[in-house]
Design a protein around this ligand. Sequence first.
Ligand code: NAP
Length: 249
Amino acid sequence: MADFTGKSAIVTGGARGIGAAVAAALVKEQIGVVIGDLRDEDGARVAAALGDTAVFRHLDVTDAKNWRAVIADAEALFGPLAVLVNNAGIIDVGAVEAEVPMVFRHVLDVNLYGPWLGMHLAAPRLRAAGGGVIVNISSTAGLVGYAGIGAYVASKWGLRGLTKTAALELGVDGIRVCSVHPGPIHTPMTAGMSESVVAAQPLPRFGEPDEVAAMVRFIVAEATFSTGSEFVLDGGATAGRFLALSSES
Ligand code: NAP
């Protein structure tokens, strides 16, 4: 089991939803966590509830200046940076024909350029720390297509590919890079989503943020021989299809 005592972590989009659960799981592993998000009030509240080993800092993941400040604070407060969880993300509903070009670009900016920028700036610090782990929160939308959310799908497939490239480049320095692919999870992002979207899954329910956090914790603390790997938690949604065949046909 990897020991990150005396090391620091950054969790983006940690003011609510999956990111808040991930931050809590890492704090339990004795890792000092900087929660970065646009939502200053929510983020400060989440960090305060986690005690002395978590702080909130304003972070727009598309802003290099913000990233540099958050990395510097993480190291000053909690020790060498060893864990980065690129979790911040947004979704927009728009068919290929209907999507507004600027919105398409903005989704790619936050969901793909943001994690790239984080890895770009954090990798030298993880190397200096003697190694570490980067976890990129993709989606089942990085494994299959979904009608009506093309920008989101493109960003999550991109993040899956970028994860593998970073794993290839950084393994030599003891830095592991993995992607996580949740199906629908109960968070503010999915608040308007009908339960019917999960009805056809082998496990016909939404997942919970704590279930994603448990997988991230596993990748960080225990999956010491995994890099460039995809960790799926989707109630079996991407396992395949049920066929309505009769044995007599
Ligand atoms: P969420 O509840 O909407 O939380 C995401 C957080 O990220 C929000 O606080 C959001 O702030 C913040 N954020 C947005 N843009 C940002 C930026 N530029 N810089 C920093 N923070 C930013 O979402 P979630 O459901 O927890 O999702 C977390 C991650 O899991 C996302 O990458 C999402 O795509 C992925 N995921 C979610 C599900 C699901 O079913 N929930 C499934 C698969 C994958 P604002 O609210 O102000 O935008």
